[in-house]
Write a protein that binds this ligand. Structure first.
Ligand SMILES: O=C(O)Cc1cc(O)ccc1O
Ligand SMILES: [Fe+2]
Length: 468
């Protein structure tokens, strides 16, 4: 993109201020005194604003999980023409996973990064569902989408009535205007836009690509830390929430695009929905910089389970079982002794969708690229590819502490078994040879317990490396 165009797109975005925290009650006003004091719904609000509540939980949800915010706006959201199905319909969004929308597949699946579309495509048109489980109608489940876009949304705002969007940009910044204010999100950061919030995505860098986990019927929270103690992993104060920002201009023909049951509906109105002058509450969009994550790890032997790197979790009704965990594999030191340090081979009763934001992933020497994806469903075996395995064995026993650097992979892990959308299975980006990355793993078995074969197939006495 031209420098001038970048500057224009970035205009008004330079000096963003954020509030900090996760789960707090925030308040923000763009004009002094715009927030009513002592009550939520005065007969006449300051500045003649309308009071409007947005709830993220049932009114009667227990207080510790109850989420809602009060928005004080120039005109209420209801001031719009009827919703009609959007024309043309969006063909690649799913919010109910059943035999008519998707299929199950126990094969290890992997996709190369998709090209960003050549024709003008905004964030809404660029979204496509890869897989998911459950149903937005039954308020239980999730959808995993990816997006590729090259154009800012213009004169329209998007909103999902189905679920919360956790957006993981992989390429290109997202300048997101929400009803609570603006958020600037770079690759390496993630943003959560809760169910129902209207937002508009500007692309200051042009091409943009990334991943979205949408969760139905629940919200993300920080994981419990158990024996880790009171500190570590993602810290509440590193989550950033916008400050109130509003647009007062009338806008002939502003379009609200609402995702509802996986279908898109549009409604016209004569003003921007970003007309909230002040707000308060705990139901808010927020962003988080993954480089702030404080990883914990094994310091003597063995490879810890990836749950140690959970950034956010969306709980199911069963304690300790996630509807969807967002887990990262950030730069960190590996120090374990006489240990196979990369991820172990495994079959998991949970299902794992992975993406790569930058760098290389520790379990894959090739084929898993930034912007690509993989899916290992419930009980589908997977683990390091042959090259990674052999390189690790070849390094042998006496390895120094090693820093994994310049990498950020992530996983959406769920207790619900994903069904895969047909276009994801048929995509030209799908790597039909993925299974080959493990086929070269050879037997190192020796009938003699005192002898082990090393990565070169040479037989060496147990406890020694081939170099000794
Ligand atoms: O499969 C994967 O690569 C993700 C993963 C990483 C890890 O360190 C341990 C288990 C696991 O599923
Ligand atoms: Fe795994």
């Amino acid at each position: 993109m031209e420098d001038e165009a970048v500057a224009k797109a970035a205009a008004g975005w330079a000096e963003l201020k954020y509030q900090s925290g996760l789960g707090n009650h925030f308040s923000s006003e763009a004009l002094p005194g715009a927030l009513p004091l002592g009550q939520n719904s005065p007969l006449i609000c300051p500045y003649g604003l309308y009071a409007e509540q947005i709830s993220g939980t049932s009114f009667t949800a227990p207080r510790r999980v109850n989420q809602r915010s009060w928005l004080y706006r120039i005109k209420p959201s209801v001031t719009h023409e009827p919703f009609y199905p959007r024309v043309p319909a969006h063909k690649y969004l799913v919010s109910e996973f059943n035999q008519s929308t998707s299929s199950v597949n126990p094969t290890q699946l992997r996709w190369k990064p998709a090209d960003i579309p050549g024709s003008p495509t905004d964030f809404i048109d660029g979204l496509y569902t890869m897989c998911g489980a459950g149903s937005s109608f039954l308020r239980y489940g999730y959808a995993i989408h990816m997006y590729g876009a090259n154009k800012s949304m213009d004169g329209c705002a998007f909103c999902s009535a189905d679920g919360d969007f956790l957006v993981v940009p992989q390429e290109g910044r997202l300048f997101i205007t929400t009803e609570c204010g603006k958020l600037q999100v770079s690759p390496g950061e993630v943003v959560v836009i809760p169910q129902g919030f209207r937002f508009s995505v500007d692309l200051p860098d042009g091409p943009s690509r990334g991943y979205v986990a949408e969760i139905f019927g629940t919200h993300f929270q920080l994981p419990d830390l158990g024996p880790i103690g009171a500190n570590g992993l993602a810290s509440a104060r590193d989550f950033l929430v916008p400050t109130a920002w509003f647009n007062h201009d009338s806008h002939p023909g502003y379009t609200i695009v609402q995702k509802f049951g996986g279908e898109l509906f549009t409604a016209r109105q004569d003003f921007s929905p970003f007309n909230v002058v002040a707000w308060h509450g705990n139901y808010v969009p927020y962003k988080y910089d993954l480089s702030k994550f404080c990883p914990f790890n094994t310091v003597l032997v063995d490879h810890g389970d990836p749950s140690i790197n959970t950034v956010l979790t969306a709980p199911s009704d069963k304690p300790g079982v996630a509807l969807l965990d967002f887990v990262i594999f950030p730069p960190r030191w590996l120090v374990a002794e006489h240990t196979f340090r990369p991820p172990y081979y495994h079959r998991n009763c949970m299902s794992e969708f992975m993406g790569l934001i930058y760098g290389a992933y520790e379990a894959k020497a090739g084929g898993f690229l930034p912007g690509g994806a993989s899916l290992h469903s419930c009980m589908t075996p997977h683990g390091p590819d042959t090259k990674s395995y052999e390189a690790t064995i070849e390094r042998g026993e006496n390895v120094e502490p090693h820093r994994i650097s310049n990498t950020m992979a992530f996983m959406f892990e769920s207790c619900l078994v994903p069904r895969v959308c047909p276009w994801a299975l048929e995509s030209p980006c799908r790597d039909p040879d993925y299974y080959q990355c493990w086929i070269g793993l050879t037997s190192h078995f020796s009938g003699n317990k005192e002898e082990n074969a090393n990565g070169n197939g040479e037989v060496v006495p147990s406890g020694e490396s081939a170099d000794d």
